[in-house]
Design a protein around this ligand. Structure first.
Ligand code: DQA
Length: 148
């Protein structure tokens, strides 16, 4: 059975009201509820966390390194700045899928570099809240195919 940890970084707790023209109006709680239902249907285990603090995100990754098979991470602004979070994710030795609601490549230049992409299996960006669902669907399909 797959164990998937969904981790969100700074300001993603504000989804729903934060810059809706960029990030939409769906809340993080709504996204998480949808992902939980998907995981339940597939018989997968899923856990969620969000923090605005870099060190707390590192702690959360360390806490889940034995439990999780796959990390689906939207690190928010720490995507573009945090070597510490990248190192924590690399240290898990587990799979990483990087997601962003917005298309970071058609925004400010500083959003085009990600410290996580080099260690990620894949990156999903620009499809609003669907990025989480698409990433989870990919993980679940792969897990199903791997099952004898
Ligand atoms: C984001 C993109 C980041 O550049 C930004 O700092 C965020 C959200 C996204 O989901 O589109 O906080 O990760």
């Amino acid at each position: 059975m797959s164990r998937i940890f969904i981790l969100n970084g700074p300001n993603l707790n504000l989804l729903g009201t934060r810059e809706p023209s960029i990030y939409g109006t769906t809340t993080l709680a709504e996204i998480e509820a949808g992902l939980k239902a998907m995981a339940d249907r597939a018989g997968a285990e899923i856990a969620f966390a969000q923090s605005n603090h870099e060190g707390v995100l590192v702690d959360l990754v360390q806490e889940k390194r034995d439990w999780a098979d796959v990390f689906i991470v939207n690190a928010g602004a720490y995507t573009h700045t945090s070597v510490a979070l990248r190192d924590a994710l690399a240290a898990t030795g587990k799979r990483l899928i990087e997601v962003h609601l917005s298309n970071v490549h058609r925004r400010e230049a500083f959003r085009r570099h990600s410290y996580l992409s080099e260690i990620a299996e894949g990156v999903m960006a620009g499809f609003g809240p669907h990025v989480y669902r698409l990433a989870l669907e990919y993980v679940l399909i792969k897990a199903e195919r791997a099952t004898p």
